[in-house]
Design a protein around this ligand. Structure first.
Ligand SMILES: [Zn+2]
Length: 290
């Protein structure tokens, strides 16, 4: 990656600009209405029996030279650009050959859809899942699957928590069925805040998964974010290369309400950086000049 961590000194700069960005986010997102606390099961979750049980980056060293991190001005500009991008109409769908080089940083959102025939080159079985969900979704690309297994095993070993996937890879056709159901139930405008039109779901990339835990009866609910398991995921997912893709403050950029259950694989270095900065993937890619 172009901006892989070169050394640990970068983080003191990141912490500083994070504080500034946090202030900007608080100011700009006030009153946006994330819908948190609704406690629904927006992605179609139902109670599920489970089939299987399942470092912070260093901050020492001298002060980081300015050129090694992002400045407050860069972060503010990326935030403004991401907000503007979120208001754009969808761009023409890209083909698999065009998106493949983006690898783990593949951006799929309302403005960047995948073609209906996009299927990851390789998918691997997920071991830890809620058993009453569709078996057709129990896959991720191999690197993401391995990382998810490591996350689940660490949650169990370090804290005694059981974390499982509910749905991971979804084909375009599967998403089409979900989307149609939600539009019929809630109308298109409401559905578009919690569900993705076919082609615009990260689940089609094989890099994302929804997760849950016994404490919320394996549902997809905002309550998960307040559980010990959900808090553990929020604090530790980046160690395994995952980010929380739809944060409480992110809706003006991502277009989706807070989803503490949806994690996206981007690789450990990128995830650590996004976690430390407290920004969305959209903003991060702008900072990278993509
Ligand atoms: Zn999801």
């Amino acid at each position: 990656m172009a901006i892989a961590m070169r050394n640990t000194r970068k983080h003191s700069g990141i912490v500083f600009v994070s504080l500034i960005l946090a202030a900007i986010l608080i100011i700009t997102s006030a009153g946006c209405g994330s819908g948190s606390g609704s406690g629904g099961t927006p992605e179609g979750g139902t109670a599920a029996p489970v089939s299987t049980d399942a470092e912070q980056p260093g901050t020492d060293g001298p002060e980081a030279p300015a050129e090694e991190g992002f400045t407050a001005e860069q972060l503010a500009a990326a935030h403004e650009q991401a907000l503007a991008n979120a208001k754009m109409d969808a761009q023409p769908a890209m083909g698999q050959a065009e998106v493949a080089p983006q690898g783990l940083l593949l951006l799929v959102n309302k403005q960047h859809p995948l073609q209906s025939d996009y299927v990851p080159a390789e998918l691997k079985d997920i071991k830890y899942y809620a058993s009453d969900r569709s078996a057709s979704t129990r896959y991720m690309v191999p690197a993401a699957a391995d990382a998810f297994h490591a996350l689940c095993e660490a949650a169990k070993e370090e804290a005694g928590y059981t974390i499982v996937m509910t749905t991971a890879y979804r084909s375009y056709g599967f998403q089409q069925i979900l989307w149609n159901n939600y539009v019929n139930k809630d109308g298109e405008a409401a559905a578009s805040r919690y569900s993705a039109r076919p082609g615009t779901s990260e689940h089609q990339t094989g890099l994302a998964t929804d997760i849950s835990a016994p404490s919320v009866n394996y549902r997809l609910t905002n309550e998960f974010g307040g559980t010990p398991e959900g808090q553990w995921v929020a604090e530790n997912a980046h160690r395994f290369g995952f980010i929380l893709r739809f944060t409480k403050d992110g809706e003006p950029i991502t277009g989706y309400i807070y989803e503490p259950w949806h994690i996206r694989y981007v690789g450990p270095e990128t995830a650590a950086e996004i976690h430390a900065l407290g920004i969305t993937l959209e903003e991060y890619l702008i900072l990278l000049g993509r």
